[in-house]
Design a protein around this ligand. Structure first.
Ligand SMILES: Nc1ncnc2c1ncn2[C@@H]1O[C@H](COP(=O)(O)OP(=O)(O)OP(=O)(O)O)[C@@H](O)[C@H]1O
Length: 277
């Protein structure tokens, strides 16, 4: 079966509620403005006319400044949000490592949550029944399988979410930064599992600011700015296009200049310290 992602003129607009500025001044008005002034609804375009194809075998990095739209695009690719305009076609099974607690219920047991989360991910109950023990073992939570989820620490929940999300191999992996949370013993096995899943998937989409990681793992890059597609192509060229965005911003100081400024400051401090009283 072919594995592919194709977007044509794809946009996402979302309703956004913005508080109006209070008409009268005064601290109580400012604090309680929501009670006096109704919010105004406006629509925001978060993704704007994206056109791209991701083919079988591609490892694609999403690059862009904060707020460029990378996480939103991953959510759209995962099926959590539907594009409001244009077309998106995703062929292949997909796994998003975005929100590891998605579909959890605090009042259900750890074991029940494995079924809840698995179903939310579109997996069959019979498949989950086969996997439940290995998931508990991987998350190191077998002993608390019948305890309610709310008794777990945030690290234990994260381990559970990761163990469920990565329990089966999918065709398409969607990731927001390379996973690196958890305690030392968990990180080591989580990294091994993640590398296996990434090696075994046919398309990976990774949103990251870590250029070293991107160079190591990705073959192509898609650069976004203000929700618009700025570049798509080989990863090195994508990194250049991303750097060009922030280098063109007012107030940008090249790293080299920063080094010189720091060296000058240190020299001035040394001169001051050496000066006789
Ligand atoms: N549900 C929402 N309603 C309104 N605006 C939203 C919503 N979700 C995201 N945004 C806005 O959309 C823009 C893109 O957000 P997104 O999280 O996709 O950016 P990003 O590129 O992943 O940023 P970062 O690098 O900081 O993680 C931001 O300006 C954000 O405020």
């Amino acid at each position: 079966m072919t594995v592919k992602i194709q977007a044509k003129g794809m946009s996402l607009k979302v309703p956004n509620y913005v508080q109006r500025a209070p008409t009268a001044s005064g601290i109580m008005r400012e604090i309680l403005s929501e009670a006096f002034v109704r919010s105004r609804r406006e629509y925001r375009t978060i993704l704007d006319g994206l056109d791209f194809t991701v083919d079988d075998g591609d490892r694609i990095a999403l690059l862009g400044r904060n707020g460029a739209g990378k996480t939103t695009l991953l959510r759209v690719l995962s099926g959590a949000f539907q594009p409001t305009e244009g077309m998106l076609e995703v062929q292949g099974t997909r796994q998003a490592l975005l929100n590891l607690s998605l579909g959890f219920n605090n009042n259900a047991s750890v074991r029940e949550n494995i079924f809840l989360r698995g179903t939310a991910m579109g997996m069959k109950l019979s498949k989950m029944a086969e996997l439940v023990d290995s998931i508990l073992e991987f998350a190191d939570l077998a002993e608390v399988a019948r305890h309610r989820l709310l008794t777990l620490s945030s690290g234990q929940r994260m381990r559970l979410g990761f163990a469920i999300s990565t329990s089966v191999q999918h065709d398409i992996m969607l990731m927001d930064e390379w996973f690196g949370a958890g305690d030392a013993s968990f990180i080591a096995k989580a990294r091994t599992r993640l590398s296996d899943r990434v090696d075994g998937c046919r398309i990976m989409v990774l949103a990251s600011h870590n250029l070293q990681m991107i160079r190591k793992t990705c073959s192509r890059g898609l650069v976004l700015d203000g929700g618009r597609q700025v570049f798509i192509g080989p990863v090195e060229e994508a990194i250049d296009a991303y750097k060009a965005i922030y280098q063109s911003l007012p107030g940008y100081v090249p790293r080299y200049d920063k080094k010189i400024a720091r060296a000058k400051k240190r020299a001035a401090a040394r001169r001051k310290a050496a000066r006789p009283e």
